[in-house]
Design a protein around this ligand. Structure first.
Ligand SMILES: *Cc1c(COP(=O)(O)O)cnc(C)c1O
Length: 497
């Protein structure tokens, strides 16, 4: 398809886009328990749309042309600093997502390590529950990630495991409040102590927690201290596009001191063009999200966020009570707005598909067999769930009953067999094996790719029911699954299915 010979009219364009939007889940329905952070306030939503479009065409790249970015960002960062108890020296950068904030923290930690120790392979040590954006940053910027086990019962980070993994090459320690899979907290004070003692950069991942935990604490919940009031904390990431309910593409990275922000930035005057000064990973950036975030923080304010936090607590109590009534096992101690549960009675991958048939989007998670972390379902609870959690309980009960009557899934065993045939069980997977596979990958894909898509029913695009794929992801070594998923998603985009 080329560009249209005859351009479409505005009405036709909007009509087609409306058609296209029907492919999507409704982010305002309250039926999404993942990724959609919905306040339930239409008034706030309309305000964000206005703020976003007002600044959409301003490019933060050039602050000499668009000076508003300096002012809006300063006020956003100041509010974030006060939530995280930063002092006068604290600085920050507005970014377009938690991943970008983490990239900046990793770059600064890496360069600070190089300054202290010279060039050697820097390592990031973190609990296994840490977000994959650290692996991503490490891969992009030449570091290595060491993931260590968490406490099997409470699923919180284990200081002894962190201590044991530290070497002369450790450039960064990461703790999450909370982690994404289970919503449990790493012991930040203990991690900070270890980091301070060894003079290692300590990053607190409060991407999901930063804009909710301070308010839960004010409501009397038991939330441990995790911010700059702990001396060993070097940087904190927190995402307004999560519990500040701002537009998607809003995050903040805070640094304890100015010099560390300098290490996170990119400046280049080596070409004949304009000076490149990039506080973030991207260069040209629309100021839309920045304005929307400024608007969200001022609209809700302290009382608004407290109110929304109250609604979350109410919804969480209802959800947890219902899960327990249905004999699901809650993972760890739910102290954040994230609740995860497992089941010894039913296959949770199939349960997730059954719930999808009733319009609910849950997030199935594979777990890690070797560490005795079972597969589970993750729920991100947001204020809008306050209204809907009774219906959720009814549907969940029905779905559980339906799944309990289903035959057990065979695909898991099949996939395990597939892994064995390739001679690569999880334990044996190593870099040399992976290198050999990557070396032959292009040929394999030409030969077997289309067959593979057909075998898993993917030649028509993403299936509605994901249990089969989830079983497969669970059964194969992650390194293999990563290649498969990479291929499948490339194909889905290529074909536009
Ligand atoms: C959301 C999140 C991130 C980053 O995710 P983005 O999708 O890039 O915003 C990192 N860590 C944790 C714990 C998160 O919840």
């Amino acid at each position: 398809m080329g560009l249209p010979e005859k351009p479409l009219t505005k009405e036709e364009i909007i009509g087609r886009l409306e058609e296209c939007a029907k492919l999507d889940a409704d982010p305002y329905s309250g039926k999404l328990f993942t990724i959609a952070f919905e306040s339930g306030s239409e008034d706030l939503r309309n305000l964000l749309h206005r703020a976003f479009t007002m600044f959409m065409d301003k490019n933060i790249l050039d602050i000499t042309e668009f000076r508003s970015a300096i002012k809006l960002e300063k006020e956003i960062i100041d509010m974030a600093k006060s939530l995280m108890n930063a002092d006068e020296d604290g600085v920050g950068t507005f970014t377009f997502g938690g991943t970008e904030s983490v990239f900046l923290a990793v770059k600064a930690a890496r360069d600070s390590f190089f300054i202290k120790k010279g060039f050697q392979m820097p390592e990031i040590v973190m609990p296994v529950t840490g977000h994959p954006c650290y692996d991503k940053a490490a891969e992009y910027m030449g570091l290595k990630v060491v993931r260590v086990p968490v406490d099997q019962e409470i699923l919180e980070g284990d200081p002894d495991a962190i201590k044991e993994a530290i070497t002369d090459n450790t450039a960064m320690i990461v703790g999450s409040v909370p982690n994404w899979p289970f919503g449990t907290f790493d012991p930040i004070e203990k991690f900070a102590e270890i980091a301070a003692e060894k003079n290692i950069w300590f990053h607190v991942d409060a991407c999901v927690g930063g804009f909710i935990l301070p308010f839960l604490k004010k409501l009397g919940e038991s939330i441990p201290v995790f911010d700059f009031s702990i001396p060993g904390v070097s940087s904190i990431s927190m995402d307004p596009h999560k519990y500040a309910y701002s537009s998607i593409g809003s995050s903040i990275i805070l640094f304890r001191k100015s010099f560390n922000k300098m290490l996170s930035q990119y400046v280049n005057l080596r070409w004949p063009g304009y000076p490149i000064v990039n506080p973030g990973v991207l260069s040209s950036r629309s100021a839309g999200s920045l304005a929307a975030t400024w608007a969200a923080l001022h609209y809700a304010g302290e009382p608004g966020y407290l109110d929304l936090a109250r609604k979350i607590l109410k919804a969480r109590t209802l959800v947890v009570d219902n899960l327990e009534k249905l004999d699901f096992k809650i993972m760890g101690r739910p102290r954040s707005p994230i609740v995860a549960f497992s089941s010894e009675e039913v296959n949770v991958f199939q349960l997730s598909d059954e719930m999808l048939k009733k319009g609910w989007f849950l997030l199935p998670q594979r777990g890690i067999g070797e560490l005795s972390i079972p597969r589970s379902i993750h729920l991100t609870i947001t204020p809008i769930h306050e209204q809907l959690s009774k219906q959720f309980a009814l549907d969940l009960e029905e779905a559980k009953l339906a799944v309990s009557k289903m035959p057990p899934s065979e695909i898991g065993e099949m996939a395990k067999g597939f892994g064995m045939i390739m001679g690569l069980t999880a334990g044996e997977m190593d870099y040399e094996a992976l290198r050999q596979i990557m070396n032959k990958l292009e040929g394999y894909i030409d030969d077997y790719g289309p067959e593979l898509l057909k075998a898993f029913g993917l030649e028509e695009g993403l299936p509605q029911e994901m249990a089969t794929l989830n079983e497969l992801f669970d059964a194969l070594p992650p390194e293999i699954t990563e290649l498969l998923v990479n291929y499948v998603v490339t194909e889905i985009y290529r074909k536009g299915l």
